[in-house]
Unconditional design. Structure first.
Lengths: 341, 249
């Protein structure tokens, strides 16, 4: 076993640029929070989604307890939606906060009215302050923020069903919605970069479970290219589900990385992106991490490493009851594979 | 055995040719549509095309012409959705297109359901459905409910964010044969297992069959959680529910 020659931060940033690394970094573009970790550092949900000190403390456990090379403090996908006025169900320690999409705030594109100072709202400020805290405390660890894409914000503000039907019935109106909501994505991304984030995850749930790859190309590819130009730090796009049919389009956006789901094989995904974007993923959450043991986790990590995936981690935000041993097995597999601590 | 040319509606013939590949399903689609009158084929075609206004108009016209509500539902609306289900399963269409077809089906069912309810036909079975605790997504669940109702089931819709206690209360109140649970998020899927465990703790597990569904759910996960079955999509859920109750699929 030899010693690493790069810091976690250097390792992640190099992998995002598809440059050589001393070992494959462990990266979590989405949440690693669990009830066990909340108890360990006394930073429970829902407060850890609303108070920056708690948010930073819980997020840091991904590095201090699980050995990840990144820290990602934005556990949920609701911070900016809350800031612009969506109704939120904040839940308790053992459940995720959720946008009440059955009570949408917009019915038509003309309803969209986002105030100039929306980022002054506490649920947006919480994220920015948590990033500042983490930047000060962990200068050698990659700090990853999160800014939601306009397609996901469309679900939150219009409701999923209404937004998807709009996308079929009225392409011009849908483009109008996306153009109005993209301001949030860009402004929040830039603010997180200024707060000290090294990269941002950009979830935009044009998932293969809901829409086609052609939909992605038609509605989102150009917008994602625009985000890559406007946001001054590397972007990790996150889309759940089967996405091989759109990975070629995603690879052409200029974004740094794509966070991919276990419904896609590692080798076919590497082939689909053709070396134009880094991949991060894709250990299965509900079956492997949540309900199987460490050996199954290690098998999935090894499949990614053997395929040349640039960064390994869970496929998405993990269930809050995921056993800590399963999460630690991700690092163990990487260390065993590389023979490097 | 009927041939494709026995399906009079040109649009439906084209859909079968273009989107249905499995020989057993080609045979089933041809049988289904060739037995329908030209007017009911038109209802099915409008539904497949996602045209809710046309389905509304054509359904009303058929009722006024004296065609029974059951016949319009089976040979027009359900037959149309059967083809939509195949297109969705094979990734020829995605959720927006299915939602448009569902909207069209609702337009037809708005005329059919009151007549069927008043007729007093015994339901195939009773199903309690809900999206599990912490999850507010309902598109998949609503599609399953629509198809179950269209297939003769009585369905109690508990909505979204349904706690184990609420499922248990619904089992005691409504005495269903089947409980269906949905989840869209990998973070909320474990609540399916928790809910099933709560059924066991309350001594209710043997009283109901449990079926799971939702985009990230798999057969393997459903088995791990102790469910009786998994439905990949709305059509599969209907077949599963019928299978669990031992009635013809």
């Amino acid at each position: 076993m030899t010693t690493a020659t790069m810091t976690s931060r250097e390792r992640v940033l190099a992998a995002l640029r598809r440059e050589p690394v001393d070992r494959t970094p462990l990266v979590n573009p989405t949440s690693l929070a669990t009830v066990e970790l909340m108890d360990l550092v006394d930073a429970p949900f829902p407060n850890a989604n609303r108070e920056p000190e708690l948010m930073a403390r819980l997020a840091a456990t991904g590095h201090t307890e699980l050995g990840f090379d990144s820290i990602m403090p934005v556990f949920s996908i609701i911070q900016e939606s809350s800031a612009i006025g969506c109704k939120i169900q904040w839940e308790q320690k053992d459940n995720w906060p959720t946008v009440k999409m059955t009570e949408p705030i917009y019915e038509s594109p003309s309803d969209i009215d986002i105030s100039d100072d929306w980022m002054e709202e506490p649920d947006a400020q919480c994220v920015l302050e948590a990033i500042r805290i983490l930047r000060r405390q962990f200068p050698d660890v990659a700090i990853i923020g999160k800014t939601m894409g306009p397609w996901s914000l469309g679900y939150h503000t219009f409701g999923v069903e209404r937004f998807l039907l709009l996308s079929l019935d009225d392409e011009a109106a849908t483009r109008d919605v996306l153009d109005k909501l993209k301001r949030i994505t860009i402004e929040f991304g830039i603010a997180q970069a200024e707060a000290g984030a090294d990269a941002v995850t950009l979830p935009d749930h044009a998932t293969g479970d809901l829409v086609s790859g052609e939909y992605y190309r038609r509605y989102l590819q150009e917008l994602h290219q625009e985000f890559a130009e406007e946001i001054p730090i590397p972007i990790i796009l996150h889309i759940c589900g089967r996405t091989v049919d759109r990975m070629g389009y995603i690879a052409d956006t200029g974004m740094a990385a794509f966070h991919y789901d276990s419904k896609n094989g590692a080798e076919e995904s590497m082939e689909a992106v053709g070396g134009k974007i880094s991949l991060v993923g894709n250990v299965n959450n509900p079956t492997t991490l949540y309900s199987r043991g460490a050996e199954d986790v290690k098998d999935e990590v090894r499949r990614n490493l053997e395929a040349g995936v640039q960064m390994v981690g869970p496929e998405c935000a993990i269930p809050l009851q995921t056993p800590i041993e399963s999460l630690r097995a991700i690092r163990e597999a990487v260390v065993e594979y590389h023979g490097l601590n | 055995m009927p041939e494709l040319s026995d399906v009079g509606n040109e649009f439906i013939r084209g859909e079968i040719e273009q989107f249905v590949a499995r020989p057993d399903e080609i045979e089933r689609m041809i049988t289904l549509f060739s037995r329908a009158s030209p007017a009911l084929q038109d209802v099915a075609a409008a539904l497949i095309d996602g045209d809710d206004e046309a389905v509304d108009t054509l359904t009303r016209a058929q009722l006024e012409a004296g065609v029974t509500a059951l016949e319009i539902m089976d040979d027009g609306l359900i037959a149309g959705m059967a083809l939509v289900g195949i297109k969705f399963r094979e990734n020829f269409i995605f959720v927006p297109e299915v939602l448009a077809c569902a909207r069209a089906m609702k337009a037809g069912m708005a005329h059919i359901e009151p007549i069927l309810s008043a007729s007093g036909i015994d339901p195939v079975g009773k199903v309690v459905m809900g999206t599990v605790k912490g999850d507010l997504h309902d598109i998949g669940k609503n599609l399953v409910i629509m198809m179950l109702r269209g297939s003769g089931f009585e369905v109690v819709d508990l909505g979204v964010d349904v706690s184990p206690d609420d499922f248990i209360a619904a089992i005691e109140d409504h005495k269903p044969s089947v409980v269906g649970m949905s989840a869209l998020l990998t973070t909320t899927m474990p609540n399916m297992g928790k809910t099933i465990d709560a059924f066991v703790d309350e001594g209710l597990r043997d009283r109901v069959k449990v079926m799971l569904g939702g985009a990230p759910v798999t057969q393997e996960f459903a088995e791990d959680m102790g469910a009786d079955g998994y439905g990949k999509d709305a059509m599969a859920a209907v077949s599963l529910a019928k299978g669990l109750l031992g009635v013809g699929a």
